[in-house]
Design a protein around this ligand. Structure first.
Ligand SMILES: CCCCCCCCCC/C=C/CC(=O)SCCNC(=O)CCNC(=O)[C@H](O)C(C)(C)COP(=O)(O)OP(=O)(O)OC[C@H]1O[C@@H](n2cnc3c(N)ncnc32)[C@H](O)[C@@H]1OP(=O)(O)O
Length: 250
């Protein structure tokens, strides 16, 4: 995590697709805590993969899990998201590859998004027979508005880079990763002279409702997750989805 002029670039590096398992989520969470403690001036979140930003939650964490491990997985996801979404420093996602589901959530949790061409992003959970949790949905709604979010979430729509720009899911398209990072740095530079306390207070004001909805209902949210994924038909769906992903690779 190099810090250049107080700006950190956090590069996710969990091959092959940066899927988010408990360990990877813990690493991200620790990183965001450290950045806050070190009074970082801005953060760029990106991926070491040339084609995938993040494939979202690691489906193997939800397929036939042990109960306690599944609980820990979900709580770690909540912890990571609460830290990122409420970060006092400015955040940009340099989306240099596909960003489905939890990968899209990561980018939506940043303040500004730059994407490369010919990739897809969105909350596709419905298409997998699972449901994007309320706070995932809130992040989408906060980015693109009620009507577009409702349509996208019901359909589990994956947006192309161009469609994402049109609907406001991302702020800019860059031609490649290098330009993506340049544009991310330019956004952070545009924020650098703003008084930090005022900036942070306004950001948290906008995000307060979404954050408190989870903060006040964390246990209930965990229970909803557990009850949902332990349903036999959901497990069957996850099994078939994992098989389809593996078949594709074969
Ligand atoms: C009121 C009720 C409320 C209910 C609340 C319910 C709560 C449930 C919450 C559920 C929330 C879920 C959020 C999620 O994030 S679910 C994950 C969704 N992710 C996806 O759908 C992405 C799947 N992956 C892909 O589409 C592609 O992999 C890719 C990202 C486009 C990349 O494609 P590429 O061709 O480069 O790579 P491969 O597809 O060949 O994959 C390489 C190997 O990686 C494995 N893989 C891929 N994605 C995942 C994943 N998300 N988890 C685990 N493993 C993954 C894939 O199987 C290949 O593995 P192999 O080499 O061993 O075969």
């Amino acid at each position: 995590m190099p810090l250049k002029m107080g700006v950190a670039t956090v590069t996710m590096n969990r091959p092959p697709v940066n899927s988010l398992n408990t360990e990877h989520l813990e690493t991200l969470h620790r990183t965001f805590i450290r950045l806050e403690n070190e009074k970082c001036r801005g953060m760029i979140l990106t991926s070491s993969s040339p084609t995938v930003f993040s494939a979202g939650l690691d489906i193997r964490e939800m397929y036939k899990p042990e109960l306690e491990k599944a609980r820990k997985f979900w709580r770690t996801l909540q912890d990571m998201w609460l830290k990122l979404y409420s970060s006092p420093y400015p955040t940009v996602a340099a989306i240099n590859g596909h960003a489905p589901a939890g990968g899209c959530l990561l980018s939506l949790s940043c303040e500004y998004r730059v994407i490369v061409p010919k990739v897809r992003m969105g909350l596709n959970e419905t298409q997998l027979g699972i449901v994007a949790p309320q706070w995932f949905q809130d992040c989408m709604r906060n980015a693109i508005g009620e009507r577009e979010a409702e349509k996208a979430l019901i359909a589990g729509r994956m947006f192309s880079s161009e469609e994402a720009l049109k609907v406001g899911l991302v702020d800019e398209i860059a031609q490649n990763k290098e330009e993506c990072i340049q544009k991310a740095e330019a956004f952070l530079a545009s924020q650098a002279n703003l008084p930090m306390l005022a900036r942070k207070t306004v950001k948290l004001g906008f995000r307060h409702q979404t954050l408190s909805r989870l903060l006040t209902g964390r246990e209930a949210d965990t229970k909803i997750f557990i009850d949902y994924i332990f349903q036999p038909k959901v497990q069957k769906g996850l099994e078939m989805y994992l098989q389809s992903l593996s078949k594709k690779a074969a």
